[in-house]
Design a protein around this ligand. Structure first.
Ligand code: 5GP
Length: 179
């Protein structure tokens, strides 16, 4: 049965339930294990949105790895501002490391596309992009997301780490903006 949540002036209804998300995250852990089991990669989760997905994803990965966090922002309210700002930088030495970027959602691609040149300056051995969600219709940059949990339509979603004006990150299911 569909559930509704109200976040400030907007109403959202259930779109993906927690069981479906859990199952897919588990599969993604297995997919990553095939590629990274002998590589000891470092996950780089993009704050704030990816914190819930990253926590579940790393626990679904049975290979040795490290995890770190970086804070980038390109969003204001429900639309991408087109500008990317780094608010918390990198502490780790990424030289010659296999780096796995963990995103909650790739929308226009602005955030990751503009972050990649900065990341490449650290001379990592490889860069892999993992995102729980992608909105293929919204993509504006030539960006290849290597591992995608779900492709979704171009509608604003919240829950499982994703927010509306800072709210809704704690919701266990993913909700879509009501028309
Ligand atoms: P992009 O730079 O690819 O346009 O957007 C990436 C970031 O925008 C995501 O990491 C996320 O924080 C935010 N974002 C994009 N689409 C949505 C959405 O539908 N819901 C929420 N809550 N955030 C989104």
């Amino acid at each position: 049965m569909s559930k509704t949540v109200q976040l400030q002036e907007l109403s959202f209804e259930t779109y993906m339930d927690k069981q479906m998300i859990k199952q897919r995250v588990k599969e993604m852990g297995k997919e990553l294990s095939n590629e990274f089991k002998d590589k000891k990669p470092i996950f780089l989760a993009i704050l704030n949105g990816a914190f819930v997905f990253a926590a579940d994803l790393v626990r679904a990965c049975k290979f040795e790895h490290e995890i770190s966090f970086i804070k980038l922002t390109s969003y204001e309210g429900t639309t991408s501002s087109g500008k990317v700002t780094t608010q918390i930088g990198l502490q780790e030495d990424l030289t010659d490391r296999d780096v796995i970027i963990v995103e909650d959602i790739v929308d226009t691609g602005t955030t990751i596309y503009h972050f990649l040149p900065a990341l490449k300056k650290f001379n990592p051995k490889s860069i892999t992009i993992v995102s729980l969600l992608q909105k293929p219709e919204a993509l504006k940059f030539p960006l290849k997301v290597d591992y995608i949990g779900f492709e979704i339509p171009n509608k604003f979603v919240v829950g499982y780490g994703l927010d509306y004006n800072g709210l809704g990150r704690n919701l266990k299911d993913i909700y879509q903006l009501k028309e």
